[in-house]
Design a protein around this ligand. Sequence first.
Ligand SMILES: [Zn+2]
Length: 164
Amino acid sequence: MVSLRKCIYGGIATAIILASPKCYVKTLKSIATDCAKSSPKIRSQTELIAETQRIREDLKAEKDLEIEIYFYTPDKWKEFLETYNLEEGEFNKRGNGAKKIGNKTHLIKFNKNSSVCSLEHELYHVIDGHTEDQEGRTLIGKKLREWLVYEPQAILYSAYGWRI
Ligand SMILES: [Zn+2]
């Protein structure tokens, strides 16, 4: 179900993207890059667990929402795929990412030394239901929703704490 706020936000984003798609994408990317650069890095599993708990509480995640976070380093690609029975291409090899892998379980691939801002970004996608919502959509439907609604939401939350 699409909420009214998402509809309104999607409308505003569509107007901006039609007026200047280049400016829209550039602005979002630069907000995300600045946020990642200025935010502290997560270097250990302990920091990752503590930050995840803090963000879950901030976003009022449902208690039974299971989120597994794989603390990733480049030498673990094969191990990562095998652990979760994933196909190549289901996750980006280099970046962070989130995906629903079970009925109530979501998986986040989180690169060691990524920023707190990046963790906030991925957790926002999961906790706000973006990974659920994309099930059964066509590829173009997924991409449009991603760029007009989900990415701006996750970027604005991680950069400014806004929940749109
Ligand atoms: Zn994202």
